[in-house]
Design a protein around this ligand. Sequence first.
Ligand code: PLP
Length: 382
Amino acid sequence: MPHAPGIYLDNAATTPLSEPAREAMEPFLGDRFGNASSVHAPGREARKAVDEARERVAAAIGARPDEVVFTSGGTEADNLAIKGAAWHGREQGRDGVVVSAIEHHAVLDPARWLARQGFRVREVQVDSSGVVSLDALKTAIDDRAAIVSVMWANNEVGSVQPVAGCAALARDAGAVFHSDAVQGVPWLDVDASIAGLISLSAHKVGGPKGVGALIVRRGVKIQALLHGGGQEREIRSGTYNVAGIVGFGAAVEHWIANRAAWADRASALRDRLQRRITGALENVHVSTSEATRLPNNLHLIFGGIDGESLILLLDAAGIAASQGSACSSGAAEPSHVLAAMGVSRDLARGALRLTLGPQTSTADVDRASDAVVEAVKRLRGR
Ligand code: PLP
């Protein structure tokens, strides 16, 4: 894996492009430019590459190749799942959409948009460690529910969700179960048989940005968002992003082959990072339960500091970290995930997310923990 300059501890935001992905993509950025829907030789060559990638993506989670619908990324996969299942459900007399309160905005915002179109949308609360309560979910699901969506693991605090239990509740009510596994696939054994719809994104597993997939299990019906050439079983029209799809296939295959070893290593390094920071500072809170978090995620809250200033100080020290909440606008909105966990607005300001990757070394962890301790002390004025 190539090293970015400095220390990169923001692998939940994105990962570096892996060598296997880069190598697999290169021909399709050059001579092999065919349209995978064309019948001639260059088209057939592209189609073959897309189909091989489809097999690799399916194999990563135990799905069938014909269940893979390639999209422009996790955001589109989530939108397609939520809107597509809700619209199909409405035709069957079901107008309920149930989502957890800690979903990525790519799930929450389509659900809220559907609420404005007249769907009955319920957001289910989580406990103080960011895990969905099955009792609360059960109460929220009724026989009008078209879709229930609970993510495999949360992108901010790293809490892993009880997806098998959530899926069973959805199934009992006759609703489709969707899981956003964008953060789950890199670190956990995601089993496609659990859900009807699963969202994936290439750039979290060493693939290129702007490509992902929605797994649509056989028998699950959704409506399309994009109409046109009828690609992907008429579920997702649009000329294939051949290089991106090929990169996704190579990346995910390489990642899954190494995942177990990488997860063990990341979790030991993450524990070391946690020990070094929490041992040197007072008033530090580990946000999630240690029993139910992703192996590469360390989410901390420092009392009495502004996390944004902390990120800037770390950046100046060559360490790329994050507050965890997606704020593409740059607006310092408090995290909806921490709010759902009952963290006060004031305390939530002091959040720091450090997410390790396969490339993270012990030396990185030691340098980063020293930098965090120093920066927090500086911000606290001592
Ligand atoms: N869902 C989750 C849980 C994510 O972490 C992300 C990316 O941050 C997305 C969806 C969106 O994926 P993409 O960046 O491929 O649109």
